[in-house]
Design a protein around this ligand. Sequence first.
Ligand SMILES: [Zn+2]
Length: 60
Amino acid sequence: MKGRTKSKFLRIKCACGNEQNIFAAASTAVNCLVCNTPLTSPRGGVAQLTEKATLVKTLE
Ligand SMILES: [Zn+2]
């Protein structure tokens, strides 16, 4: 890994009310830290939000 990291994070809210930051280019699925619901599924190197996740804001 050298010099190719995008420093972009998303703040997302789970259906359970938990908010957490995720890496926008996450290549693995991210689960809610509270209820373990899948919040994103990686697709083409970009984190796609699942229907349980709501985008709160984008953090540059
Ligand atoms: Zn949750």
